[in-house]
Design a binder for this molecule. Structure first.
Ligand code: BG6
Ligand code: MG
Length: 220
């Protein structure tokens, strides 16, 4: 049985969700807008453009195209200042172990991220070589919850969507996986990710038996 395991990046493989939050919050505050951690859940998995649109809507602000582009640039520069300091110690618990387990079982592994910074981040934490296919914000035209990112991933792995499993920490990503007809596994809180087929707090809670079940198809 060969299955495709598609991993989201931010908040699943590495703890970068906190850096996105800090950078967006600073940017929003600089234009007199504030938002809560609950609202921040809506920014997870969502593209850079869509995130700024949401923040502006929360603050009832409209901007010219030029200002919009400038603010996106400022947010990304700030975000990159965090990313540049990253190393393998920021890989989330048992992610490497899970990747190695799946590789040993000859499973196909892809990245399915909305981020345009995905490749440098994977290189920084030294996980780039573990992925057979990388699909990120540079490859898609429709952001999550649209299933495009995961459907391209399945195609690159040469597998049918129904033979793919997605790990996601965002509501938008879980919805995208569900629409793609893949098994959705939420990584995070049950009350946030309740639309997922299975939910785990993190990879330390996922047993080898569960992963074996996904591979053999007894877990579906
Ligand atoms: C997603 C994050 O992975 O990537 C979002 O969950 C982020 O918060 C999106 O906005 C786009 O990322 P980037 O790095 O291209 O700004
Ligand atoms: Mg994520």
């Amino acid at each position: 049985h060969k299955k495709g395991f598609i991993f989201d990046l931010d908040g699943v493989i590495v703890d970068t969700a906190k850096y996105h939050f800090l950078a967006w919050k600073k940017l929003a505050n600089s234009i007199g807008v504030d938002f809560s951690e609950v609202q921040n859940e809506q920014l997870k998995g969502v593209s850079r453009v869509r995130s700024l649109e949401k923040i502006l809507a929360w603050g009832n602000k409209t901007l010219s195209e030029d200002e919009f582009m400038k603010l996106m640039g400022l947010k990304n520069d700030d975000y990159l200042s965090y990313i540049n300091k990253m190393d393998a110690s920021e890989i989330l618990p048992d992610v490497s172990k899970t990747l190695d387990f799946l590789i040993e079982k000859k499973q196909a592994i892809a990245l399915g991220s909305a981020s345009k910074n995905a490749t440098p981040i994977l290189q920084k934490v030294n996980l780039f070589h573990k992925f057979q296919a990388i699909v990120d914000g540079n490859d898609v035209s429709k952001a999550k919850p649209d299933p495009e990112v995961f459907l391209i991933g399945a195609k690159l792995l040469d597998l049918k969507p129904e033979d793919c499993i997605v790990f996601e920490d965002s509501v938008a990503g879980v919805q995208a996986a569900n629409v793609a007809n893949m098994i959705s596994i939420g990584i995070g809180e049950k009350d946030v990710l309740h639309e997922a087929d299975y939910i785990f707090k993190d990879f330390t809670e996922m047993s080898p038996a569960f992963l074996e079940g996904l591979i053999s198809g007894t877990v579906k």
